[in-house]
Design a protein around this ligand. Structure first.
Ligand code: SAH
Length: 261
């Protein structure tokens, strides 16, 4: 048995029902697949059963990467690198379906990075990613909820998000301390146009800096008390950051960009 490395967040998915569920969510046959953090290759085997066109896996752990090369030989391409250092758009010319059961801190970081860097032509058709349950709930959260925040606003900007299921620690070896959730992301057809996604990051950062406080202070900081925008977007400054829906944030960012242009 492979000894799991804590530093790389190695919790291998071993529940056959869940592995089967993951590869049955969307069509894999004849598609180009990217798997990140394949570990011992449990999910990889299940992906291969579905007859994909090509499978590329990115695994940071050198030993595991070597093992994967031996076990799967010419059926997959193994890249022994850190996913955070990869330019995903340069891997192949066609679109990818991405599967990932990464360490939880990296899942969130990589999701933010991908959304910020996304160009109009998406490099993927779907992302199927595992998160810590609590983080997944933040990602899919809607306004007026205490879990609503920056990652919900950012992720929902370009992506349709569906929660597939929650997964208990028993489905992994070794068992993680927390519950997990599997999310399916698909590019939206219509995306609210912004000049620079960094402005979305900035505006939401200022608003959510004090999530229990009223909107007045962050609004004044960013918009210098501009009353027109408030009237136009029907914003009540006595509300809290979590009370504004996605659209209102995107519109605010557009106004912010307009003021600065
Ligand atoms: N998907 C596998 C393994 C999950 S454990 C399974 O379900 O069984 C997480 C995996 O991600 C480990 O194999 C770990 O080595 C790998 N990993 C951790 N950080 C990584 C990074 N930055 N880039 C690529 N792989 C990483």
């Amino acid at each position: 048995m492979i000894k799991a490395k804590k530093s790389l967040g190695q919790n291998f998915l071993i529940d056959e029902n869940i592995l089967d569920k993951i590869v049955s969510l969307i069509q894999i046959e004849k598609k180009n697949i990217l798997e990140i953090g394949p570990g011992t290759g449990n999910l990889t085997s299940n992906i291969l059963k579905k007859n994909p066109k090509i499978v590329i896996v990115i695994e940071k752990d050198k030993k595991l990467a070597e093992k994967l090369k031996q076990n799967f030989r010419n059926k997959i391409t193994v890249i022994n690198k850190d996913i955070l250092e990869i330019d995903e758009t340069s891997l192949i010319s066609g679109k990818l379906i991405v599967f990932g059961n990464l360490p939880y801190n990296i899942s969130t970081e990589i999701l933010s990075k991908w959304i910020i860097n996304l160009k109009d032509n998406f490099w993927f058709d779907h992302l199927v990613l595992m998160f810590q349950k609590e983080v997944a709930n933040r990602i899919i959260s809607k306004f007026n909820s205490s879990s609503y925040g920056r990652i919900s606003i950012l992720a929902n900007w370009k992506l349709e998000i569906i929660k597939i299921c929650d997964i208990k620690p028993e489905a992994f070896y070794p068992k993680p301390k927390v519950d997990s959730s599997l999310l399916l992301f698909t590019p939206k057809n219509k995306i609210f146009k912004l000049k620079d996604p960094k402005n979305l990051e900035k505006v939401t950062r200022v608003f959510f800096n004090h999530r229990r406080k009223m909107l007045k202070k962050p609004y004044n900081q960013l918009f210098n008390g501009n009353q027109n925008i408030l009237d136009k977007l029907k914003i009540d400054l006595n509300l809290r950051p979590q009370n504004l829906d996605f659209e209102t944030y995107y519109k605010l960012v557009r106004e912010y960009e307009y003021l600065r242009s």
